[in-house]
Design a protein around this ligand. Structure first.
Ligand SMILES: NC(=O)c1ccc[n+]([C@@H]2O[C@H](COP(=O)([O-])OP(=O)(O)OC[C@H]3O[C@@H](n4cnc5c(N)ncnc54)[C@H](OP(=O)(O)O)[C@@H]3O)[C@@H](O)[C@H]2O)c1
Length: 347
């Protein structure tokens, strides 16, 4: 007899036909997701089954359900890459057996089963046993943004400045504190006035509001003062192109997201030749593939310590019960400042 579980299931297969990302909104979630029952997944060799308590909703999930994440969707499978819960079963393998009964924050690989459901399956190696004092709110997003913050800051030398767009994001808040602790000067770009005040105490050295009429002058002055050569950019639209253009020689435009729908044009290609400027992409999946096991373990441990001792925290803007998450998603995602999470009843 099969045991069933409830989940937010993908309604479409494969990748989207259009090639562009569409920001971080989901106006018609019913086109892409439905609440339904499917058989509870069974963990294979090296995998664990996790009874879910909470799941994150990240921009990568929103891109994925619409077919814009470079990873093929499978109709009828639960969506969701990240979450927290308890390991209740393990496939063959020592690591999984050791995790049985443990609370874990985890990420789901394509061979697993998504977190927007009552149960999820992932590789045991991607399930991080929680340290005492790490809350479920923080643990639901323990991998994607925290590890990305640590990994991307490896690109910046201690003492140097760097530019960071969409800095009011959860990732931006994490980067602000870690950068300050590492002696790296964050030049944070935001699009509202509120984060100008909140990001400084978190650790950003400069915070500029792109909608301020004086923004272009402020940016020019800060770039002249700090001389950053790294631009960590999740917006990747025409405003980002202008920032890269305003930066000095050797400026590396590192694109790690696509929140803006406008074209990210190269304003003056000769800068790539004569000023040694460059454009590149960044993806934590690639960082994980090329980083040693021990370095990753150190990062995972450091990430948990930062949440445990309060240096980091997760701002939540909405908690959506699994059963009615779909209809509430558009409004929840439109709120600024904070993550939307799915809460699994009885989890
Ligand atoms: N490549 C990787 O490996 C990797 C890993 C992790 C995260 N990411 C990317 O990092 C970014 C941030 O993720 P998150 O989970 O921290 O996001 P989040 O907390 O959901 O916040 C999203 C932020 O983006 C801002 N934003 C949205 N559209 C924008 C636009 N058109 N122009 C300027 N700002 C815009 C929002 O500004 P307001 O606050 O003003 O609404 C908000 O602060 C996402 O693009 C995500 O895909 C990439």
């Amino acid at each position: 007899m099969t045991t069933e579980m409830l989940g937010l299931l993908l309604r479409q297969d494969g990748l989207a036909k259009e090639t562009a990302f569409v920001g971080n909104q989901l106006e018609r979630p019913g086109e892409f997701l439905e609440l339904g029952k499917v058989p509870r997944p069974v963990p294979g060799p090296g995998q664990v089954l996790i009874k879910m308590r909470r799941a994150a909703i990240n921009p990568s999930d929103i891109a994925f359900v619409q077919g814009f994440y470079g990873q093929k969707r499978v109709r009828g499978r639960p969506a969701g890459f990240e979450g927290v819960g308890t390991v209740v079963e393990a496939g063959s393998g020592l690591m999984g057996r050791l995790l049985k009964g443990r609370d874990v924050g985890f990420y789901v690989t394509p061979d697993g089963s998504g977190t927007w459901a009552e149960y999820a399956v992932t590789r045991a190696a991607l399930a991080l046993p929680l340290k005492n004092g790490v809350s479920d709110r923080d643990a639901a997003g323990l991998v994607v943004n925290p590890v990305t913050a640590a990994a991307m800051l490896e690109m910046v030398n201690s003492g140097d400045a760097f530019v960071f767009s969409a800095a009011a994001s959860q990732l931006g808040k994490l980067v602000a504190g870690m950068a300050r602790d590492q002696g790296k000067k964050m030049i944070a770009l935001v699009r509202r006035e509120e984060p100008v005040e909140t990001l400084k105490p978190l650790g950003a050295k400069h915070v500029l509001n792109e909608t301020d009429p004086a923004y272009a002058d402020q940016l020019r002055a800060v770039l002249a003062e700090e001389k950053p050569v790294i631009f960590l950019d999740a917006v990747a639209g025409s405003a980002s192109a202008r920032v890269h253009h305003a930066m000095g020689k050797n400026a590396r435009w590192v694109i790690y997201g696509k929140l803006d729908t406008s074209l990210a044009e190269i304003i003056d290609p000769s800068e790539m030749i004569f000023l040694n400027k460059s454009v590149e992409g960044y993806w934590t999946t690639n960082w994980a593939a090329k980083t040693s096991f021990f370095r990753k373990m150190r990062v995972f441990s450091d990430v948990q310590n930062r949440f445990r001792d309060g240096r980091w925290t997760t701002d939540i803007s909405a908690e959506l019960p699994l059963e009615n998450a779909i209809e509430r998603l558009p409004q929840a995602l439109a709120q600024p400042d904070g993550k939307v999470q799915i809460v699994i009843p009885d989890g």
